[in-house]
Design a protein around this ligand. Sequence first.
Ligand code: TRP
Length: 330
Amino acid sequence: MPRVLSGIQPTGDMHVGNYLGAVRRWVEDQDRQDALYCVVDLHALTAEFDDTTLATRTRETAMLLMAAGLDPDRCTLFVQSHVPAHTELTWILNCVATFGELRRMTQFKEKGKGQESVSVGLFDYPVLMVSDILMYEADEVPIGDDQRQHLELARDIATRFNRRFGDTFVVPKATYPEVGARVMDLQTPMAKMSKSAESANGVVLLLDPPEAISKKIKAAVTDSGTDILHDRDTKAGVSNLIEIYAAATGSSIPKVEAEFEGQGYGAFKSSVAEAVVELLTPLQRRYGELERDPAEVDRLLGLGAAKARALADPVLDRARRAIGLLPPTA
Ligand code: TRP
């Protein structure tokens, strides 16, 4: 089984786009792969963050992933800062990565643009991510296109380290999984549904109550026509709803078009709302159960951290030895 690893930021609220686009696939994949999912709270420190809510958000993100169906017995789900080896490996790799290659990172340039002050953490973000990846000897790292450069850095650093200090790290491969569904904003259907959307009405959060879900979907922007037809260029709003409905019900675009032929937008929107409510109800119920049982959530996160540490520690040890550090006395 290939070992795969993915990292998720604990920032912002997860929405239907995250779920239908990626998380649902992780849930399906957890038995076909040796999968690790890491809530990257240390990465969250590199952007503006609120120290009074960071812990809560980290927990919420982990609980949402569990509620969505990631099963801590079938995969390794853990919080990055619970495995200290990540930061230690980051330091070692900091001394292998170069200033020049980090300075060229597009994400760094974009996030740093116009900021009065930029933290060293933001500059070093890619090396922390490289540590996440090399730490678990991941064969494959499923990423979005925006993370391509970071993965190339992981490959470069692993290769450079291995060449200079002997075979230590697995050189990972990026995979670009076909996204499940590309869910667009309900208010501006030309833009992807995103946490940072201008209007909250365009984004259906996984924990939105059913009434809020219905209201947002019924208020979705559509064109002045009447036909339930898929055409992203001329009917972006309706096309988005068709795709959401198809993804939520396991149908396909042509089938949805046929199912709603001759019906108006109003009736169609009601059906989409119903389908999304039905999709999220079990997730919300499981989330509620986890929320009422914090000890169980702690136990599961402890289990994840223990599994992750057991994999990470030997790799860190190998790296320490390879680079020539004096091993501590037992
Ligand atoms: N940088 C990634 C993102 O913003 C998150 C991330 C951190 C990650 N560590 C990772 C992704 C390791 C894959 C593997 O999406």
